[in-house]
Write a protein that binds this ligand. Structure first.
Ligand SMILES: [Zn+2]
Ligand SMILES: [Zn+2]
Length: 241
């Protein structure tokens, strides 16, 4: 009783506002920093999914299950699963999560990812373990947390797969991929990853975890490093794409 009263006072004194649309979040909405309306506006990709990048195929020709982009690009991963379109509410939520030190959004975003994986029966548990896409040391110091690691830990808790975060590393601090055009993104990220624990990787089926799959260049380069170290297969899961 006393706790509930205290909580009510706290909500009156410090009301919380939706990070995306800025409306006041009603009392008792324990989900926190994104309002119900914004949460409901995030709709997952619909099948048919591209068998390589996981995004919805807009116009599937009979028997085709690759999107236009994946027909021309070679990815080093076997396939990616991407939950939701990277736009509007979700784009803003991910931005707050990454750049404005809003780690509290991590559980909301992880929840979205878990829901997608469960609803579409994505066979994550066929992998041996999860690897979050690592940040370069300098970026990790600046941001203080790795958003991909937060997602990986929450996925791991939910699906019972271990997280291995001492096998893959960033060799160098690449320029941000944001704002680069398609071909610069591929060039910028080339050779950015290394493996420092071959034993952990050899003959394993690895699931890479990241927040967003844009061109797929980052995930593909990470997969290239893992395959080079003997990984049997590399899959990718991201919230948005
Ligand atoms: Zn809102
Ligand atoms: Zn595709």
């Amino acid at each position: 009783m006393r706790n509930r009263l205290l909580q009510a006072f706290r909500e009156i004194l410090y009301p919380s506002y939706c990070l995306v649309c800025h409306v006041k979040i009603p009392m008792g909405d324990s989900k926190g920093s994104i309002c119900q309306r914004c949460r409901d506006s995030i709709i997952p990709f619909n099948p048919p999914f591209c068998r390589k990048c996981g995004r919805t195929i807009k116009k599937a020709a009979f028997g085709e299950n690759l999107c236009g982009e994946c027909e021309t690009i070679h990815f080093f991963f076997e396939r990616a699963w991407t939950g939701y379109p990277y736009e509007d509410t979700l784009k803003e939520a991910i931005h707050h999560f990454k750049y404005n030190h809003k780690p509290s959004l991590g559980s909301f975003l992880s929840g979205l990812l878990i829901r997608f994986v469960s609803d579409y029966h994505i066979p994550l548990t066929q992998c041996d373990y999860l690897i979050p896409i690592p940040l370069a040391q300098a970026k990790l110091r600046e941001r203080e947390f790795n958003q991909a690691r937060v997602l990986a830990i929450n996925l791991s808790r939910h699906f019972g797969l271990p997280v291995v975060d001492n096998a893959l590393y960033r060799r160098r601090n690449t320029a941000s991929q944001t704002g680069l055009d398609r071909s610069s993104r591929w060039k910028n990220i080339q050779g950015a990853f290394g493996v420092n624990n071959q034993e952990a990787v050899k003959n394993k089926r690895v699931l890479l975890v990241d927040d967003v799959l844009t061109t797929g260049a980052t995930a593909s380069e990470a997969a290239r490093a893992l395959k080079g170290a003997g990984a049997q297969a590399v899959f990718v899961v991201t919230i948005a794409g």
